[in-house]
Each structure stands twice: as C-alpha cells, then as structure tokens.
Design a protein around this ligand. Structure first.
Ligand code: UDP
Length: 259
C-alpha cells in the first residue's frame, strides 16, 4: 500500500474474516483472469453462473482485508490476432479486443456488486457513460476505501495483451504480486492435459520461463514483471476458495520470481 489511510477499514474486514483466519501475505494484489475463464462450459461469451462463482472467490479474498485489483481478458469475445487473421486491420481488431474486456469488466462488476462488494471499473479508453477513466491516484483511493478495482481496455494500446496490462497496472499500483488464475494449478514443463508425466514447478525464474517458453504470460508481460521484480503466482481458478487460500500460501501454485 502506498499510504496508511486504509488501516481502519482493513482492520475491520480482517476481524470480520473470523479468528481462525491467518493474515494474507499481501496487502494488495492484482488478479488476472482470461476472458475464457468466464465462458464456463460454453465456447463463447459469458456464462453468468461462472462469472458469479469467480466473484464469490474474489469476495472471499476481499473479506480477508486484501486490496484487490483485477484485469480480465477479452478472449471469450474477441481477440485482435484472430480478427487480423481474417483480414481485418490489426489495430482495429485490437481495439475491438480491448472493448471486449470492458464488457467482461462490467459483467464482473455486476456480479461482485450483487454479492455486496463495491467495485469500480476504470478504463484505459475513456467512455464516460460506461465507467471511469483510468487515473492512477483515483484507483489507489478506491482501493483504500475497500473497493475492488477492475482495470478495463487493457493498456489502451494495440499490439499488447491483457497480461501486459495486468503487469503494468500491478506495477503502477504497487501490488505485492499478480495472481494469475488458470485452469491448471501452476506452471508445468509441458501441457498437463496432454502429458500425464508433465512436471509442475513450485517456483521458477522469469528467465527460465522466457528461455523455455513456458506458458505463463506472453514475453512482454514476463519481461516487465522481471524488470519490476513483481512475483507472478499461477493457480487454479477451479478450486473452491482457491484464491483466498493461495494468497495465504495454501494449496498448489507456482511462483514466478527472480529465482
Ligand atoms: N488488447 C490490446 N491491447 C491491450 C490489451 C488487449 O490490443 O493492452 C486486445 C488484443 O487484441 C487482445 C484482446 O484485446 O487479443 C483481448 O485481450 P487478451 O487476448 O489478452 O485476452 P485473454 O487472452 O486474457 O482473454
């Protein structure tokens, strides 16, 4: 955290988390999920029960007093590369991808607020009728007031991904780590869904991820995390209460750090 004005609110929420809860290792984190995580069993778009299940996970962590930033991808709706492969101009396709992330952010905001978690969407592309523009100091203030902040529209620039946006925003917001929720419980040396002998790393360095081209995030995102010594924790979004557990060091996950 950048200043201490959230102390009272945080203490209140920690107390409400119950006496058995141990203190999370981080005061502020960024949760990155892909757009595809919101599809549920479908092949496209949003599956409301899945969005609500993930919102419940976020609520569980919020109840521990952790300040939560989120970045949600747009791949369940549109990806720029896919559009340009079909003949569309790449930058136009990328802007469409960024707009898709705004839809996902609004869906998550709606799910979180229906669970009683105050949430603000801040977009890198201003759209005043829909959400707030991204202003770093405003985002910090929202976090200090106990609101979940969802960063939408990626970095606002084509040729980037929401993984890079997540690393950028986590660095700007002084988050302790990025938590990347996936369908598997960490980083493997090969695809565990195809290779039953795939080995899971407990810990792996940024350089090894880049050299071995391990599937964590794209290279630009990993390089930015490395330059800012920002740990990336890869965990499964499928485990119930997985997020709140992993932030307290419980369960299975992989930590990507300087090594
Ligand atoms: N995108 C972009 N700039 C950004 C972030 C995203 O142009 O800073 C576009 C890009 O076309 C990308 C799409 O938005 O394909 C959706 O983001 P992403 O592929 O990262 O979503 P995810 O795979 O996480 O669902």
């Amino acid at each position: 955290m950048t200043d201490g004005s959230s102390g009272n609110l945080e203490t209140t929420r920690l107390q409400s988390a119950g006496p058995e809860s141990t203190r999370p290792a981080y005061d502020r984190i960024l949760l990155k999920i892909s757009g595809e995580a919101l599809m549920g069993p479908g092949q496209f778009g949003l599956h409301p029960p899945t969005v609500e299940r993930i919102a419940q996970e976020v609520k569980g962590l919020h109840a521990l007093g952790v300040e939560i930033c989120m970045v949600i991808g747009g791949g369940n709706i549109f990806r720029g590369l896919q559009g340009s492969a079909q003949g569309m101009e790449r930058t136009t396709a990328d802007y469409m991808g960024m707009l898709a992330t705004v839809m996902n952010a609004l869906a998550m905001q709606s799910a979180l607020e229906s669970l009683g978690v105050h949430t603000r969407v801040l977009s890198a592309i201003p759209m005043a009728q829909v959400c707030e523009p991204y202003i770093r100091r405003r985002a910090v203030r929202h976090l200090e007031k106990g609101r979940v902040v969802i960063f939408a529209a990626g970095t606002g620039n084509p040729y980037f991904t929401t993984d890079t946006a997540a690393t950028l925003r986590a660095s700007e917001m002084s988050c302790g780590a990025i938590f990347k929720g996936t369908q598997v419980d960490g980083v493997y040396d090969s695809d565990p869904k195809k290779n039953p002998d795939a080995k899971r790393y407990d810990r792996v360095s940024y350089d090894e991820v880049l050299q071995k081209n391990l599937k964590v995030m794209d290279a630009a995102a990993i390089a930015l995390a490395r330059d800012n010594a920002l740990p990336i924790i890869v965990f499964s979004l499928d485990a119930p209460n997985g997020l709140a557990g992993v932030v307290r060091g419980r369960g299975k996950f992989t930590t990507v750090d300087p090594g």
